[in-house]
Design a protein around this ligand. Structure first.
Ligand code: ATP
Length: 397
């Protein structure tokens, strides 16, 4: 009996009853939220599947702990483990000071070509929100993760590189539109057909399999006609080519929205959106704006996924919170809800549902960590470990 999650020939996952899942504890509050997450997940899986299933956690090192023990921020062994076991999870990581790695999160994403940043946003009853009907917000954002201005191709004003590039633009491309050429920094925004297709394909598949149906392409194609406009055009083309039957049968409805209009609509009629596919920068703004709308910026879950190879890393979306590290105060919900996404990803939805119901029930009773409890009517601030215990107590089949 193997413990290995593998990819099936049709691109799905074959998951044994006791899969090995590599995890990175994370820096700062990482160890506390990871311990809380694992206790909640272990209990739910054990309860829901009557002991038939369990997760075999395998610690792998990254961040400060890795640096202390191995002298490297992201050891090759860790990359190998994520490659080998397909599905993993990680706590928040500190950004290395000095040394070759710019950001560990970016290095992981690039190393495994995790092209989708998946951010589901929904409201939990009891959580204070700035809008009137937070219950109407239930959107899953597919943010492109490898292209756009995030490619990091830019030159600083006044450098020989910026001057050279500007000269190329002027002399070879006939570009005379740079308003202040002498003092402009310049950047490149690559958006490709391939990159768009694989993102929109994954989002369409998700809209169909989850029964969410509606997929909205959010772009700024009215201004950036070939990059963001290309995203819209290639997006429509791929769904029309590959999902024609689903569209005809009403299992998939695809539309698009200009990014600025989307931000307004998402506030006024959030129920209109169910799945959103969008380029990298728009996705950054949109995910956090939607999360803020449900009061959930501190508890939002996330994942980085390559739907072609099956590689997926689930993660806490907040930072390392060094100011409260080691005090048993951190809110573990971001990592717990990311683990719920992971359970759904491997087909163990029943356990994910049980945990989400338990969290809802805790919030309804005003039981939460201090960051949320202070805004709740009858809120009782709990420590990280006591909150995990409360979730466990409220988990039932
Ligand atoms: P980093 O450099 O790793 O991004 P940071 O402190 O700059 O760390 P965050 O970790 O996102 O950024 O923290 C911002 C604020 O939010 C801090 O005051 C922190 O205590 C708080 N915070 C972040 N995560 C949590 C959490 N899980 N529970 C409670 N408070 C949190």
């Amino acid at each position: 009996m193997t413990n290995l999650i593998t990819q099936t020939s049709d691109g799905g996952l074959s998951v044994p009853d006791s899969p090995i899942i590599p995890y990175v504890e994370g820096d700062g509050v990482g160890p506390e939220v990871t311990a809380a997450m694992q206790s909640v997940i272990n209990h739910a899986v054990q309860t829901v599947y009557s002991g038939q299933r369990s997760i075999v956690w395998k610690e792998v090192l990254a961040g400060g702990k890795a640096y202390e023990r191995t002298g490297e921020w992201l050891p090759e062994e860790t990359m190998q483990a994520f490659r080998h076991y397909l599905v993993g999870i990680k706590g928040p990581l500190t950004t290395p000071v000095g040394g070759g790695v710019r950001s560990l999160n970016v290095a992981l994403r690039q190393g495994l070509d995790l092209f989708v940043c998946l951010r589901p946003v929904r409201w939990f009853e009891g959580v204070e929100s700035p809008v009137k009907r937070p219950q109407d917000v239930d959107v899953t954002v597919f943010r492109e993760n490898t292209e756009d201005i995030y490619a990091g191709i830019e030159w600083e004003a006044g450098t020989p590189e910026a001057e050279k590039f500007l000269r190329f633009l002027r002399e070879e491309m006939g570009v005379n539109k740079v308003r202040f050429p002498g003092s402009s920094s310049l950047g490149i925004k690559p958006i490709s057909r391939e990159g768009t297709e694989r993102l929109v394909r994954a989002a369409a598949q998700y809209a169909i399999t989850t029964g969410r149906k509606r997929l909205t392409l959010v772009h700024k194609g009215n201004i950036m006609k070939f990059t963001e406009g290309g995203f819209k055009r290639w997006g429509y083309e791929v769904v029309e080519r590959e999902f024609a039957e689903d569209i005809q049968a009403g299992r998939l409805v695809v539309d698009d929205c200009i990014a600025d209009a989307f931000l307004q609509n998402a506030l006024l009629k959030p129920e209109a959106y169910r799945v959103v596919a969008t380029p990298n920068l728009n996705g950054d703004y949109i995910s956090d704006m939607l999360a803020a709308q449900v009061g959930g910026i501190g508890i939002s879950p996330g994942a980085n996924i390559n739907y072609t190879t099956g590689h997926a890393i689930f993660e806490a979306t907040h930072g390392t919170a060094p100011d409260i590290a080691g005090t048993d105060k951190a809110n573990p919900c971001s990592l717990i809800l990311s683990a719920c996404m992971m359970l759904r990803h491997i087909g163990w939805s029943e356990a994910a549902e049980a945990i989400e119901a338990a969290i809802t029930s805790c919030f309804q009773q005003g039981k939460a960590t201090a960051d949320l409890a202070r805004f709740m009517k009858n809120g009782t601030p709990l420590s990280t470990s006591s909150f995990a215990a409360a979730v466990i107590e409220n988990t039932s089949i």
